[in-house]
Design a protein around this ligand. Structure first.
Ligand code: HEM
Length: 490
């Protein structure tokens, strides 16, 4: 080996040999978060966090740590995980100085030169961007969007019977995703992806999951400046292929949406007007379209898959839901958003599914403003990254009796003492989900039409959903094969 290279490596090794123990001692005893508990390697290095993220099982580990250390522990040298109702309020909905979205959201928006409604971190600018969608996500707009939603759902329900009637059934994990992306495409780009019609997934949809997985890895790397700088030396053509495919596709589709004449009622109607009048750039619109197509689809599809799994594993709940829906409607054509969203037991089933395996299991990262704020009774210094573990909180027996059992009744029984605000599938505060109304509407109509039309059963009753889902920013789900038998209506 070249002598100068050998010397450089020796200097590097000696440097690291000195730096590493100093770094550990500093993080353990002198760091502003030194008084918070946590696993040794989490308090001292970023490796603990990175490793558990890679396994896809970090939600379980974080839950175990909360059991051991209490409602707050150190996930990384400069990061805290909380698991309490009060922490939800203090982090996401505080009245005074409030933590803002952390740099994680820059990664989420990577590839676009403009921020969008989800990735904008500045509070004032974020509110302006949210305002662009207020009317498009109102209950009035929902009624105008209903024709499109119903058309997509009807063709989906028809396919279930046609393709899922045999002994092998149909994989609902895949089919819910295809339906949700078709609806998301209609609402974000003004045109469906045509997945249900063609009975195949779309390449954009497939690419997005690989991209989100990569983002959850990059989110760890961005915390290690040396590794990040080294990673930047890798030629971009090797690292940005997937990202460019996603952004390029969104730019092309949103351009088509602006050029298309005629009235399309979707989430972007207001934004399209502003692009046409030059008040918003094409780039910003593409960023909005891309994220809304994902935010509105993946979440609903994952929620529906979880709800269906638990419903089909709970015969009493399934029977009660069938009775409610079949007594209420004489035909599936009678089922619409207004009537489906009024069914109490259906609502309870959805709420319980959203609680037991929260779709948004990942803790949404926020950065504490300087000089610091109080969170759940603890002073947390400015600059700390914080989040609430939705998985831990929604499955905590201090808040829910028998938390690991699927019990929709808890949501409608007036005697039930459960602390319902410990389940926050849509988050809370000014950056909570603006699509909640739409999500309930879509999920209610889909489930009502399926339950009205078919008797459903799991092809593999031994499937263990909770154990098989993996967390890589979004939940990666196992296949969910369900058999559909059209019910005889006398
Ligand atoms: C079951 C379905 C859904 C769930 C569980 C869900 C959950 C959430 C959660 C937890 C957040 C906050 C994330 C964060 O802090 O980073 C969020 C934000 C958001 N959601 Fe949803 N969502 C769902 C459906 C939808 C739908 C249908 C739409 C579109 C109509 C939508 C649009 C958005 C947008 C634009 C944001 C960003 C808001 C902001 O940052 O100010 N979501 N969602």
């Amino acid at each position: 080996m070249d002598v100068s290279l050998w010397s450089a490596l020796r200097v590097l090794a000696i440097g690291l040999g000195i730096w590493f123990p100093v770094h550990i001692v500093y993080n353990l005893y002198f760091h502003p978060l030194a008084q918070f508990p946590g696993p040794f390697w989490a308090r001292t290095t970023l490796f603990w966090r990175f490793w558990h993220d890679l396994t896809g099982l970090s939600h379980w580990t974080i839950q175990d740590c909360h059991r051991k250390y209490g409602d707050v522990f150190r996930v990384g040298p400069n990061e805290l995980s909380f698991a309490s109702v009060q922490a939800y309020k203090d982090i996401y909905a505080a009245k005074g100085p409030r933590p803002l979205k952390s740099e994680f959201y820059d990664m989420l928006g990577t590839g676009f030169s403009e921020s969008c409604v989800v990735t904008e971190r500045d509070h004032k600018r974020a509110l302006q961007k949210r305002a662009l969608f207020t009317s498009a996500m109102s209950s009035k707009a929902l009624m105008e969007q209903e024709v499109v939603i119903q058309r997509c759902i009807d063709s989906f329900v028809e396919k279930l019977g046609k393709l899922g009637g045999g002994p092998g059934g149909l994989d609902l994990t895949k089919w819910y995703m295809m339906l949700s992306f078709d609806i998301g495409g209609e609402m974000a780009f003004g045109e469906s992806f045509g997945c249900v019609e063609s009975e195949t997934s779309n390449h954009w949809l497939d690419t997005i999951f690989a991209h989100l997985h990569a983002i959850s890895i990059m989110d760890n790397i961005r915390r290690m400046p040396l590794v990040e700088k080294t990673a930047r030396l890798i030629p971009t053509k090797w690292t940005t292929g997937i990202r460019n495919r996603i952004t390029g596709f969104a730019r092309e589709k949103s351009k088509r949406r602006v050029e298309r004449s005629g009235e399309t009622v979707d989430f972007l109607s207001n934004v399209v007007e502003k692009v046409r009048s030059g008040k918003i750039s094409h780039e910003e619109m593409a960023a909005h379209c891309s994220i809304i197509a994902i935010a509105s689809s993946e979440t609903s599809a994952t929620s529906l898959a979880t709800i269906t799994y638990f419903l089909l594993r709970s015969p009493a709940a399934h029977d009660r839901l069938k009775a409610e829906i079949r007594d209420q409607f004489k035909s599936p054509q009678e089922i619409d958003i207004a009537s489906a969203t009024k069914l109490p037991y259906l609502f309870a089933v959805i709420e319980e599914g959203l609680r037991i395996v929260p779709t948004t299991t990942v803790g949404f990262l926020r950065r504490v403003p300087y000089p610091g704020i109080e969170i759940d009774g603890h002073f947390v210094p400015g600059g700390t990254e914080v989040s609430v573990s939705g998985w831990t909180t929604a499955r905590d027996e201090r808040y829910f009796h028998d938390p690991l059992s699927f019990k929709p009744e808890r949501w409608i029984d007036p005697e039930c003492k459960d602390v319902k605000e410990a389940s926050q599938p849509f988050s809370l505060g000014p950056r909570s989900c603006p699509g909640k109304l739409f999500a309930y509407a879509q999920m209610s109509v889909e489930l009502a039409k399926m339950v009205w039309t078919y008797d459903m059963e799991l092809v593999d009753p031994s499937l263990d959903w909770e154990q098989q889902v993996r967390l890589h920013f979004v939940l990666w789900k196992p296949e969910l094969y369900v058999r559909f038998t059209e019910r005889k209506v006398s």
